[in-house]
Write a protein that binds this ligand. Structure first.
Ligand code: ACO
Length: 323
């Protein structure tokens, strides 16, 4: 059975680290409130002129290096982002050109914070259907450029960064012992579009706009839907929380991460947590957490991982993969 196996990963964080105390200077907030309500202690913000494609390229290069693979042998690049450099062309084609690739295909996926899970699931489909043998899947975002700096309920939550995973086709035995993507579960429900959106866009206002969120409502949906989708993906291959070595969750809020782990009966010792240092980096959050977990030695070859994420749309989903 053809499987899409992760053979490398990497991440990039901008140099500038912004601690919670930064916001006390211009907002009615406190370091303590931000940390207690979200688990976030600091985040990275892109430098002036530093764009999503630049960060995505850096993460992609590190993923290629970690796999010992040349960019020319990659068949496709999928980038999950809601903060592209330009309205078009895609960030994926920009990264393709910078990596010196003259063949293959590249495109962006937009499912906000769930973007990487959607991209990974689509990349898996392309690999198992035989349309590509090697795919770079990148999550890259500059959410700092979407913030309303007067809105304390949103601007303290987000950060910038990028992560990437390189998938390669391999023959598996068709069991859950195989390395690679084992199951995916994708969902969206556009009826909830008003609880998390950006109030600008090309065909409406011709502006970029600012992120708007009804935090409490999103929180409620997140706690319910993240455990549900993770269970659904695991159930497709007759697994459950007890089989999971690591949950690699979307890093939006430590309270959501803990509530999801509890619903899945997975102890926090088996959850990768980077929200303290990265904040919510939207589509970059899962590959950043994955790469950080591999780098610090937590995630080892053969471990069973489940990723889950939810974002604007609402869009949510999960992927089960053996590393
Ligand atoms: N500092 C101080 N007080 C604040 C701040 C702040 N930065 N932000 C909000 N408050 C206040 C509110 O104004 C409110 O005050 P009030 O009671 O006087 O009205 C009080 O704190 C409580 O506000 P809540 O919104 O109820 O706070 P809550 O505990 O729900 O935390 C938060 C807010 C952190 C936004 C939380 O709801 C959350 O994490 N929501 C989910 C976000 C998420 O998961 N997003 C994922 C997808 S993101 C994407 O797709 C782009």
């Amino acid at each position: 059975m053809r499987r899409a196996v992760a053979i490398g990963c990497g991440h990039y964080l901008p140099e500038r680290v912004v601690p919670n105390s930064h916001f006390e200077g211009f907002l009615d907030t406190s370091e303590e409130w931000i940390e207690a309500r979200t688990g976030i202690e600091r985040r990275h913000f892109a430098a002036e002129g530093e764009t999503t494609s630049m960060m995505g390229e850096a993460a992609a290069r590190r993923a290629l290096e970690s796999a010992g693979v040349d960019a020319a042998s990659v068949d496709a690049i999928i980038v999950a982002t809601s903060t592209p450099d330009l309205t078009f062309p895609s960030v994926a084609t920009m990264i393709q050109a910078r990596l010196g690739m003259t063949g293959g295909f590249a495109f962006d996926v937009q499912a906000v914070c769930a973007g990487f899970v959607f991209a990974l699931s689509n990349a898996n489909a392309l690999v198992i259907s035989g349309q590509a043998d090697r795919i770079l899947v990148v999550g890259a975002e500059t959410f700092s450029r979407l913030m309303d700096w007067k809105d304390r309920a949103t601007c303290v939550l987000f950060g910038d960064g990028a992560g990437a995973v390189l998938l390669e086709a391999a023959e598996g035995g068709g069991t859950t012992r195989d390395r690679g993507v084992l199951a995916t579960d994708l969902n969206s429900d556009g009826r909830h579009r008003d609880i998390l959106y950006v109030d600008g866009g090309v065909s409406s206002s011709r502006t970029t706009g600012h992120l708007r969120m009804e935090g409490k409502e999103v929180f409620r949906h997140a706690v319910e839907k993240l455990a549900e989708t993770a269970h659904a993906a695991l159930a497709k291959v007759n697994l459950d929380g007890g089989d999971v070595d690591w949950i690699v969750p979307h890093q939006a809020n430590l309270r959501i991460i803990k509530a999801t782990a509890k619903r899945m009966d997975v102890p926090m010792e088996r959850v990768i947590v980077t929200v303290r240092d990265h904040g919510n980096t939207s589509a970059a959050s899962v590959p950043l957490a994955l790469s950080a977990g591999v780098e610090d030695g937590s995630i080892k070859r053969g471990d069973l991982l489940v990723t889950e994420a939810i974002g604007g749309g609402l869009a949510w989903g999960s992927v089960v993969l053996r590393w």
